[in-house]
Structure formats: C-alpha cells, structure tokens
Design a protein around this ligand. Sequence first.
Ligand code: DLL
Length: 454
Amino acid sequence: MSCAAPSAAPTSELLAADQKKQNYYQSELETMARDELEALQLKRLKATVANCYENIPFYRKAFDGLGLTPNDVNSLDDLRSLPFTTKQDMRDAYPFGLFAVDVHDRVQRLHASSGTTGNATVCGYTQNDLNNWGDCFARCIAQAGGGPESILQISYGYGLFTGGLGAHEGAIRMGSTILPMSSGNTKRQIQMMSDFGVDILACTPSYALLIADTALEMGLNPATDFKVSGAILGAEPCSENMRKEIENKLGVKVIDIYGLSEVMGPGVSCECSYQDGLHVAEDHFIIEIIDPQTLEPVAEGEWGELVFTTLTKECSPLIRYRTRDISRIIPGVCSCGRTLRRMDRISGRTDDMLIIRGVNVFPSQIQQVISSFDEVTSYYQIILTRRGALDHVTLQVETVPDFDFDEIRKIEDLAHRINSELKSNLQVAVDVKIVEPKSIERSEGKAKRVVDLR
Ligand code: DLL
C-alpha cells in the first residue's frame, strides 16, 4: 500500500524550487502562454514601428516609398509587408544615422562591429537597452546552471565587441560575482579560474579550447580539479565534436549563445540545459526565417536566413534585419518548459559560403566532417587561392600530439581519408594538408578559419 501523501497545490516555495531546477531567470516571461506572448510582441512591434517612423529618416523614407504608415501594422503578420534592413544600410548610416535618440541625450554606450571592409556598423544603447540586454544575458547564465551565487569569468574581449560587456551586463543583472578577464594572458586566466573557484566561464569556443589545452599542458586537470561547471560559448560556430571536446577537457556543460552587435549582442538566443536548440528572447525580438533569394518566409522548420526585428530597443531599433546567418526554427516545445521558440545552431552564413567547383559549401560543414577524425584536433584553416580561372581550396588540419608525424605513409593515408570523407559528404574536392601540432595560429577571440589569398 502506498503511503504517499496526497499531492497538495504547489506552494510558492515549491514553485520557486521548481523554477530553480529549471534554471529560469524571468520565469513569467520565459514560460508565457503563446497567445499572451504574441499580444506582447504586437504591442511592442507597434511601438517600435512608430519609434522608427517618427525618429529615423531612413525608415520614414522606406515606409513612404512603400506607401505604408505605422497604422498599417495591426497584426504580427503585417510584419511581412515591412521593409528589410541590411548591414549596408547600417554602414551607409555611419555613424549615428539609424539612432532614434540623440547621441548626446540618453545614449549610455556605443558599440561597433568589427567589419573588415567598409564603415563599421554602430549601435547605441540607452540605460533601458542595457538593462534589457543584461536580462537577456542573465537568462543565459541561469541556463548554464549559474545564479547570483556564481563567480563568472568573462573571457570574451571587452571593448567595442559586444561579448565582454554584454556578459558583464548580464552578470550585473543576475547579481553574480564578475571576474572581468577579457581575452588573452591564458595562463593567468587558468590560475585565477582555479584559485577563485570560478563556476561559469564565458568566452568563444576556440578560446575555451585553448584554455583547456593550456591548462592540461600546465599539468592541471580542470575537469577534476576546478569548480567550473558551465560554459556560455558563442560568437562563432562550434561543431558538436568540438563542444564534446571542450566539455570533457574542462568538465563543464557547454551551452551555445548567439547574438550579433547590430541586433543587441550576445543573448538574442541561447541553449538551455537540454542543448537542443537556442531559445530566442522573443519578448525582445521577432524571429523570421526567409529564403535569401526570394525573401519570402520558408515553410515551418525549414532552413533559411535569420531575420530579426527588435521589440524593445530605444536607441537602435531595427526592422527585419537580415543577419546572413543560416538557421531554422525547431518545431515543437522544449522539455525545459520555456515557451520561447528555439532556433537551431547556426549552420553557416550566406556570405561565407564557398563555391568549390560549383558546389556550395560552408566552412562549418567542413568543420563537421574533420571533427569526426580522432587523429586531428579542432584547429583547422581553409586557405583560398586562385589557380588560373579556378578557385583552389587547401584545408590545413592539425594532428593530435601523439600522432606519429614521422611516418609519411600514415600522413598520406590520413589526408586521403579526410579527402574522401569530404568528397562523399559534401561532394567537394579539396587539397588536404596535414600539419604538425600547434602550427595553426591559436585564437583568443573568434578563430580565423578562412584565409582568402585570392
Ligand atoms: O559575436 C556577439 C556575441 C558575442 C555572440 C559573444 C555570442 C557571444 P558580432 O561580432 O557582431 O557579435 O558577430 C555576429 O557572429 O552574425 C554570427 O555569424 C556569428 N555568431 C555569433 N554567435 C554565434 C554562435 C557577436 N553561437 C556574428 N554560433 C553572427 C555561430 C555565431 N555563429
């Protein structure tokens, strides 16, 4: 006979305990019923459109050109009739042309993207914008298993790049203890991570791997000897195998965080502990997936270009910003209880697509293939050169330290196997060059995976 007590209505303590288990930071917003969330989105969309129309001449002109006014936005579907915004539009508006607020007035901070060509894209943040950004990142800290009691090591670069200060803002909102390391000085990073009992690490995946490898070289074992348990890694693609490698070497759960400076910075979306897609902060952004050629929305669950409309930004609101990143919306609901929809991990960018003898390939697909080989590390570089009229692609991959590099036959065999795997998976032929451990440059920020010498 069962002697279990009859189940009582959940008390507020029980609810609080459940929230903690699920790692919510703003449970009401994160688990809001879809119809309520969509009503909130519509209200905020209308306010954003009015803000853009009234305060940003670029948008007024674009709306006038289409014969639209803010009064034409009466449902979320009406978003589809609104104009897109591109990176070029932002560059053309350099520096403050897309600000809805006077830069001398309520703007607290400026960030700019690190574009290699043309003007930088500049975004401004009011205090409310910074608070909202902090809240979005604080959700990610919770999703990584952190909280107010955590010590957060921020090893994203501080500065115009949004990684460092975005994470910083999140830790302030959460009330965590901040260790503002920025990137670089890796041995010191490791020393402090160990001495201070850091439990959450935030940096790029390539830097996390460098931290792990350096710690192992120093004779330390972060997986068993450090307190670090969660890592919030993003700003660049990371294959599943690279994620596993970082998780094993550091003894952490890695959650993927996405964002871009134009739209806000890190925290636009982030994985929860289920690691099955990134929950989009839909109370702050509307996500759309479009076909980059036709600009029409793709069918539910299909891959396409990510487009975001901001819903709460005061200084730099954006309508239908084309990110060039490729993802999809994962159908269905997540077991974590959040109702915020999930986007899949970024599979590539429409503009870093390589066309190798007519075949479209993304560097992330190449990364995926090589990461299935135990003999090579996660460090690789794709080098593009021109041979006559044709593009030539050399893929440099680095062997693991215990690979016998003196045996030519083994090297040739490995190159051949990687080559065939790339051919059968991606239908591309590239020159595979096996290089010695540590010969590919290490990165403390985003890794440079493609070197274009054409
Ligand atoms: O990378 C913001 C960020 C900082 C995100 C820290 C996450 C963590 P940008 O320098 O403007 O901003 O670069 C944005 O980086 O359009 C993607 O192509 C790429 N990216 C960002 N996060 C991811 C990710 C920051 N999780 C560009 N996976 C984006 C793959 C990512 N690519």
